[in-house]
Every structure is written in C-alpha cells, then in structure tokens.
Design a protein around this ligand. Structure first.
Ligand SMILES: C[S@@+](CC[C@H](N)C(=O)[O-])C[C@H]1O[C@@H](n2cnc3c(N)ncnc32)[C@H](O)[C@@H]1O
Length: 256
C-alpha cells in the first residue's frame, strides 16, 4: 500500500486500557442480555467499554447523536455484531466508511480471529477511531486508515476477503467503491435497511457491470435480535466491465 495515507494500529501489544474520563456507563438492557452474551461471548466487557466510549467521547465529539445512547446496544453494537455469522474464521476485513467504528470495530471486538482495516476519510472520525482502538487494546488486529474507499482501492495491493459497509451509499455507488477492494471471490457485505430488496432490484444490472454476482439478501441474528440485521451480499466475480465470455453459438457455420 502507498504510505501517504494516515495509518494507525497493528503496531503495539494488546491489553484493554480503562476508558478515559469521557466514557459513560451504558448497561446492557435486560432484554438484550442473552443476545449480547451470544454475540460477544467473553468479549462482552470489551464491547461494554466501546459502548462507553461511544456514549461519552463519541457523543461529545459529534460522532453519535445523543439520542442514540439508550439504543446503542440494539441499533449499533448488536446490529453490527450479528453480521459476524457471514464471515469465516481468520479473514481480512475492510470496513468502508466506518464513522465511529460501525460495523468494523464491533466485528473486531466480537471476533478476535479477524484482521480489520477501518477506512474513513474524515479526520475527526479517524482520530476517534485511533484512540478507541488504542484504549480497547486492539492495535494488533485493527488498522485505521484515513482515505476514501476509491483512493484506497487505487493505491492498495492487498485485496480483502470481506468488505463491509453500513449506511454509506446506495448499492450501485457502494459496489463501485467496494468491489475493487475485494479479491476476486471475495465479498461485499452491505448492511442495509428494510428497503434492501428494492435496492437489489434497482441496482442489479449496475452491480453486474461492476463485476459483482447476483446480490443475495441475508437476515442476520435471527432468533437473537429483533429486527435481524439485513445484509446484501455481493461476490466479486471479476474486474469491472469484463462480462463472462458467451458460449459459442452452435448451428450452421457463417458463410465467409
Ligand atoms: C452515515 S455515516 C455511517 C458511519 C457508520 N458506517 C455507521 O453505520 O454508523 C457514512 C460514513 O461514510 C463515510 N464515507 C463517505 N464517502 C466515503 C467514501 N467514498 N469512502 C469511504 N468512506 C466514505 C463518511 O465519512 C461517513 O463517516
């Protein structure tokens, strides 16, 4: 990768530091206790430390609206952690437009086997992400990069197994930014709302032009969270614009 992006992480030893003075206690709501245990396992204290950072510094620095604090667990942490069921062990994940770390940082918390790169263009957000990664002791598994996805794709030579994105752009634009970041055979997992199926219909052709296969809609976390997280999965089948070659036509040979 070119080294003119601001990059941090993947350097020091792990070990959770206690959240700083601007952390706010965010207890897990009783009705979410089982889901939280199922999705975070023994990493639940780390998830709680991240929730405290979001509710404290995240709100103070304008990365999360104050009205989100009471619903941090369901709308943000559990919503994102549920996507882990689509990611096999040991994969390299790029999270595009991470904002305050959603879903990339949550996936790194829930799944210590993953190596995660958080790609975010805004300095205020990457500053928060870098501090959160250090505070949570995740510098061994998480890297923060300040860049737009298109810039990173043009400069990076290490394609990802999985590219994630939540609330970043409509599916056609998102596929244009994210598919070039994935290896051929790799996958974009786009966290979408209830209009996911309509988006798929609207943008299917554009996605194909961009080298993606047929989008598949998944509902993650069923039986654990309500509503489940809706994820549109797109496999990168080939480089953009190169359509699969047609089978030769059979029948009478053409006259010369
Ligand atoms: C609405 S926020 C969503 C943040 C986070 N994913 C979440 O779900 O809370 C969209 C984010 O995408 C980032 N973004 C916009 N265009 C981008 C691009 N071309 N490449 C990477 N990130 C981008 C913005 O800076 C912003 O942080």
């Amino acid at each position: 990768m070119r080294d003119d992006f601001e990059v941090s992480g993947n350097s020091g030893p792990g070990g959770v530091r206690p959240p700083g003075p601007s952390a706010v206690d965010v207890p897990v709501p009783v009705e979410l206790a089982d889901a939280t245990r199922a999705l975070f396992g023994d990493r639940q204290p780390l998830a709680a430390a991240y929730a405290e950072l979001l509710a404290g510094d995240g709100v103070l620095r304008g990365l999360i609206g104050p009205r989100e604090t009471p619903r941090l667990w369901d709308r943000h942490l559990l919503n994102c952690a549920a996507v882990a069921e689509l990611i096999p062990a040991g994969r390299r994940v790029l999270d595009v437009g991470s904002g305050a770390g959603l879903p990339g940082l949550v996936l790194a918390i829930a799944r210590p086997d993953l190596s995660v790169v958080l790609i975010e263009p805004l300095a205020r957000r990457t500053a928060f992400l870098t501090e959160a990664v250090e505070t949570l002791g995740l510098t061994n598994s998480v890297t923060v990069v300040r860049a737009r996805a298109e810039e990173y794709a043009a400069a990076s030579s290490s394609p990802a197994d999985i590219v994630t994105a939540r609330a970043v752009a409509p599916l056609d634009r998102l596929a244009g930014w994210c598919l070039p970041l994935a290896a051929v055979g790799g996958r974009l997992l786009a966290l979408k709302g209830s209009s996911a199926a309509d988006e798929v219909v609207e943008h299917r052709d554009a996605v194909r032009e961009l080298g993606g296969g047929s989008p598949v809609v998944h509902r993650c976390g069923r039986g654990l969270i309500d509503p489940p997280t809706i994820v549109v999965e797109i496999v990168r089948e080939r480089a953009a614009g190169r359509q699969p070659s047609r089978r030769p036509r059979t029948g009478r040979p053409r006259r010369r």
